[in-house]
Design a protein around this ligand. Structure first.
Ligand code: LLP
Length: 383
């Protein structure tokens, strides 16, 4: 049995998810760039490459990782409110698909860096459409008071400004309204906002090659077994129906969580069951250093005891770290004792990538379903 805690990735579910994505895309002008920030494990990236997706990066190191893993630089986009000169240089030298420019102030720097490299930087304006994504306030990005993007109202000014720079070519517009979005209404609203932008660009006789609608499609954290794969068909149908791209414009998406969220679990061993006054604490060997989402966003992950089938009881599942937020939440589990194995579900996105070695703890390693299946993990045998 591998050393706990570890991340367990179900490659079969990843395959099925990517197949569902591909078959939901009926329009050949649609292109999906996987948001590497959700999970950057090499084996996962390689599988995503096999399905022909591009990459969405937010740092120079993500660009390097994407290229080293096999993504074609022409399918890579770069976003970020604070790109360094080194990161811009890397993007420009590799001639990536597009640098998503998040402020008017950034233009001057992009132009300078492109000039130093005798290149023309291809950029998209990341516009802030002021659409409420109806999600957790920490992962909402499309409201006008967010730090992200250029307010749509400033687009005229941004166009005037960009026309001054010789080493920049404006090729697209980019939007991203937030993450873990479960209602499709915000996406319909986004389409209307994008259509208005296209009309405005028309009125200024400005032609662009691509529209990037960002990512954000959510997953069902409560019912991972009945909803292992997000409804990509319904998602793309919203854009088919409401978005009005110009002929020859390509339409890009940056999905992260919806592709990898359900395929990953955090597997942890119970160290102690501590009986408090009113609460039974299951103290496990995974902590907020391995999965910070509950501590950071108070987010729910389904927890299962996969090694016991006794009668059900309530537990508070907590980690070993000296922080009171080091908790994974309340769970009703079969009677749990020291040595039992818990599976914390839906941890494939923003789990391992957000881990740290606070308290000088080791980082959880990755185990793949073609190396071990969970049943053999329980009996301690390798496939
Ligand atoms: N594009 C941009 C510009 C983004 O900022 C993000 C995510 C994505 C695409 C991908 O979004 P997705 O499809 O994965 O929702 N750590 C938080 C989520 C942060 C999302 C940041 N941006 C969490 O654990 O819920």
């Amino acid at each position: 049995m591998p050393k706990t805690p570890f991340y367990y990735y179900d490659l079969n579910l990843l395959d099925r998810t990517l197949k569902a994505l591909k078959s939901a895309i009926t329009d050949s002008s649609y292109h999906v760039h996987y948001a590497i920030k959700a999970n950057a494990e090499t084996r996962i990236l390689k599988k995503i490459i096999d399905y022909g997706l591009g990459a969405d990066c937010v740092s120079g190191n993500e660009i390097i990782k994407a290229i080293d893993s096999g993504f074609n630089p022409k399918d890579i986009v770069l976003a970020g409110v604070g790109k360094t000169d080194e990161e811009l240089t890397l993007a420009i030298k590799n001639n990536i698909h597009s640098i998503n420019c998040e402020s008017i102030e950034e233009l001057e720097v992009i132009d300078q860096v492109a000039k130093q490299n005798n290149s023309i930087a291809k950029i998209a304006f990341r516009l802030n459409p002021n659409v409420d994504a109806q999600t957790h306030r920490h992962i909402t990005t499309g409201l006008s008071e967010n730090k992200f993007g250029i307010p749509v109202a400033d687009l005229g000014m941004a166009l005037e400004e960009v026309s001054k720079y010789k080493n920049i070519m404006l090729t697209g517009v980019h939007f991203h309204i937030g993450s873990q979005i479960l209602s499709l209404n915000p996406y319909a609203k986004l389409c209307y906002a994008v259509n208005d932008v296209l009309t405005f660009l028309d009125s200024k006789n400005i032609e662009i090659e691509h529209l990037n609608l960002g990512g954000g499609l959510g997953i069902n954290y409560h019912e991972p077994d009945t909803n292992p794969i997000p409804n990509f068909e319904e998602y793309f149908k919203v854009f088919d129906k409401f978005l009005k791209p110009k002929p020859n414009q390509s339409v890009h998406f940056e999905l992260g969580r919806s592709l990898v969220g359900q395929m990953g679990s955090l597997i942890s061993k119970v160290l102690y069951v501590k009986v408090g006054k009113e609460t039974k604490f299951a103290i496990i060997d995974a902590g907020m250093t391995d999965l910070i989402r509950p501590a950071l966003y108070n987010s729910y992950h389904k927890i299962e005891n996969i090694s016991s089938d006794k009668e059900m009881e309530s537990y508070k599942v907590v980690g070993p770290i000296c922080e009171s937020t080091d908790t994974f939440g309340e769970a009703v589990l079969p009677m749990t004792s020291r040595g039992d194995i818990l599976q914390i579900r839906s941890a494939g996105a923003y789990g391992q990538v957000l881990s740290s070695n606070y308290n000088l703890r080791d980082r959880a390693e990755s185990i793949y379903s073609d190396e071990w299946d969970l049943a053999s993990i329980l009996i301690g045998q390798k496939n």
